[in-house]
Write a protein that binds this ligand. Structure first.
Ligand code: BES
Ligand code: ZN
Length: 505
């Protein structure tokens, strides 16, 4: 195929003409309550997998399969009929977070509705809306080109939000089946409406339950109070001890291993037109940003470790009063980790610190629920350049380059195991309420996401000139900023090797 502007225009026109139809199809997917962490929704999760598979088949992908796993199914599809063109692995997830507290939703989380140009539903933006958009981008290209400009493989998972490891096991077992030059993911955000973003870093996570046990059974607080261990109070002491009022986690190794932010990287952040602290305060409805005051909030959000308590269970929480000293209590605690801090190194440090802080008479066990490594994307490669071009064409302004604080555990494995650089180009907004009541997806961004993916794939398949041109990133920020190095030593050795598309198309 030769470069043909008419083709990309006709694919974009296809998207524009079918806006309502794409939205209706997304609504069908959004109506399926595929909450991966709640066992009672197992069948719904499966139904969502089948819906995605069905749509992949309908658009013309080959070898579409719902793959059974120990957890929730994976959905795979491919189209490999563009010899000599790059192969793009498209990843997304069809599972969603729980909806509680459901009474805070203004409409049913599983009955999508458009209000004020926003789609409201659980999973609207994270990630059904964004993932489904990528399928629609392929459909548009398929219809306009009677084929695709590049090869694609799709791997869509159903337990991202639950920290499941089915996809990790699959990627580790079948690297040859997933061979690709680049992975493309739309599951991140942009800083403000109209400001497109390429995310070049994500944090990892270690999610744990700290279980505290005291007496062998519950006790009367009058009969035993004064001599009894109280696991809830012990947990409170430990939680308060793990992170001080100054926002610093009391595990010094977490900080001594951090890579400093270079002036070049800070300059990259400064290119963003968004006043991040003001935006954050507005979004949270607070007028202070607690945490390490001496550290730039942008750094705290993405490049510093965090420790957060998600919930505490134990004792008597019903109406009324009960004078009990509980025998046990549990806290759910996670740490977000910049890519240079690995969960396997941090977990033992956490265990040791909890043991040090635990008061006498109580025993504490730190159980790992799940974990995933952070991601650091080298920016000086042709795929980032193609994405930069695609986003600039779509939005009429160049993208900002940002690190985000959330985690997409499989992204690190794509570079480690498949040796593929990752392009993270999502279209979520800071006020999309992901994981919270009233999750939404800005409707124009639903279509922008489809159109920017169309452009990206088109550029990779058709426009070697764009790919050969030096990108902004190779000229500036990646010089000495550390971003040319990938997360792990292994991945680092491969940074920038996947340049096939520069020479082949
Ligand atoms: N889409 C998010 C990840 C994300 C959030 C990226 C915000 C950038 C900004 C993803 O679906 C998610 O929420 N992941 C979980 C993973 C965890 C359960 C292992 C997360 O980050 O909590
Ligand atoms: Zn997501």
């Amino acid at each position: 195929m030769t470069h043909d502007n008419a083709s990309v225009d006709s694919a974009l026109a296809y998207v524009d003409k079918r806006q309502q139809q794409f939205l209706d199809e997304l609504f069908e997917l959004l109506r399926i309550p595929s909450i991966s962490t709640l066992p009672r929704h197992k069948k719904d999760v499966r139904r969502a997998a089948k819906y995605v598979a069905h749509k992949m088949e309908a658009l013309g992908l080959r070898k579409v399969k719902v793959i059974k796993t120990e957890g929730h199914p994976l959905v795979y599809g491919e189209w490999l009929e563009a010899p000599g063109k790059p192969t793009v692995l498209i990843y997304g997830h069809y599972d969603v977070q729980p909806v509680d507290p459901v009474e805070l939703w203004n409409s049913d989380p599983f009955e999508p509705i458009v209000r004020n140009d926003n789609i409201y539903a659980r999973g609207a933006v994270d990630d059904k809306g964004q993932m489904y958009g990528l399928l629609k981008a392929l459909e548009a290209l398929m219809r306009a080109y009677h084929g695709l400009p590049v090869n694609v493989r799709l791997l869509i998972e159903g337990e991202e939000e639950a920290g499941g490891n089915a996809i990790e096991a699959y990627v580790r077992e079948h690297p040859q089946k997933l061979q690709c030059d680049v992975a493309y993911i739309a599951d991140t955000g942009m800083p403000a409406p109209g400001i497109p973003s390429i995310v070049y870093g994500l944090r990892g996570i270690v999610y744990t339950e700290i279980e505290a046990k005291g007496a062998k059974h519950d006790l009367h607080s009058g009969e035993f109070g004064g001599v009894a261990p109280n696991p809830i109070h012990a947990l409170a002491l430990v939680l308060a001890g793990l992170k001080g009022a100054d926002g610093r986690i009391t595990i010094p190794e977490l900080y001594s291993r951090l890579k400093p932010i270079t002036p070049e990287e800070r300059a990259l952040w400064d290119r963003s037109p968004v006043d991040k602290p003001a935006l954050l305060k507005h979004e949270m409805g607070v007028d202070v940003l607690p945490g390490e005051q001496e550290i730039d909030p942008r750094e705290r959000l993405a490049a510093r470790p965090t420790l957060e308590v998600h919930g505490i269970r134990g004792g008597f929480v019903d109406e009324g009063a009960k004078t009990v000293i509980p025998a046990e209590a549990v806290a759910k605690v996670s740490l977000r980790l910049p890519p240079e801090l690995l969960p396997k190194d941090v977990l033992p440090l956490l265990r040791q610190r909890v043991a040090e802080l635990c008061p006498p008479g109580v025993t504490m066990t730190v159980r790992e629920t799940h974990s995933g490594e952070g991601v650091s994307v080298p920016l000086d490669n042709v795929y980032i350049r193609a994405a930069e071009q695609a986003l600039e064409q779509e939005w009429g302004r160049p993208p900002v380059f940002e690190r985000e604080g959330g985690s997409i555990p499989i992204a690190a494995l794509f570079s480690e195991i498949l040796h593929a650089p990752v392009v993270l180009a999502g279209t979520g907004l800071p006020d999309d309420n992901i994981h919270a009541p009233n999750e939404k997806y800005h409707l124009p961004n639903f279509y922008h996401n489809i159109r920017q993916a169309v452009r990206f794939l088109d550029i990779l398949g058709h426009d070697p000139a764009v790919l050969a041109r030096p990108g902004r990133m190779s000229a500036s920020a990646s010089n000495g900023s550390g971003k040319g190095e990938a997360t792990t030593a292994k991945a680092g050795a491969r940074a920038g090797v996947n340049t096939k598309a520069a020479t082949q198309p």
